[in-house]
Design a protein around this ligand. Sequence first.
Ligand code: PLP
Length: 278
Amino acid sequence: ALVYLNGEFQSLSEARIPVLDRGFIFGDGIYEVIPVYGRKMFRAKQHMARLFRSLDAIGIPNPHSEENWMALIQKVMDAHPSDDQMVYLQVTRGVAKRAHAFPKEVTPTVFIMTNPLVLPSAQVRADGVACVTMEDRRWLHCEIKSISLLGNVLAAQHAAESGVTESIQFRDGWLTEGSSSNVWVVKNGVIMGPPKDHLILEGIRYGLLQELCEQHGIPFESRKITQEEVFAADELMISSATKEILPVVRLDAQTIGNGAPGPIYQQLYAAYQAAKHA
Ligand code: PLP
């Protein structure tokens, strides 16, 4: 396996960055995670568009054209033995003397690696997963896919210490998202997700689920959702590149719906698998 770092393809153990990289010093950078099925990136265009939005949002000049990005990723993918992979790419502002504001002359650090894609097992999908609620204490630019992930790290650790799959966060009583996933509520046949604003990261699966719902005649709404509505859901789901869609059947001490993965989940999961292999 190879990684790409600043123009070089090398082994992960050889890859080095200077300690004054602003990613290390300030968490000053952005990233992407792209699922690969059968050696093909899934929703590559959408991931590229989000990468470019992230760079733009924090004023890092895009170091590559879309074509170049795709070629670099392809080379890293080709060197990996797995057919199904999870590509991770990160761009930081670069290396400079430590001072908070943007340095004048600086070259972005670009890193690409890939790993086998490990999806939830059939047993986990059949049973559904448990989650815990917590207050969302992250910053107010959650729409940027920033490498400054301390809030998300603490939320994931809270889930781990609670022995569950994910933390579901609320800000002042309103549903936001998981530590590394979007959250979906089904009530009376309608699937709902929180608005695409600065309080959540718009997952690539957000648009995908919206499209799949449209294709299958499932009513879809983006709107503010209360904590009470989440607990009263018929079905609850989380989505991310590495989880695809997962049914949540327990939240804190409460059972969601009838405690088993529901029909809308089943339908969307089947549609997701079909889209993957299309
Ligand atoms: N929200 C957060 C905070 C995330 O980190 C992620 C991705 O891991 C998502 C949502 C889901 O995004 P995607 O569907 O692009 O994986």
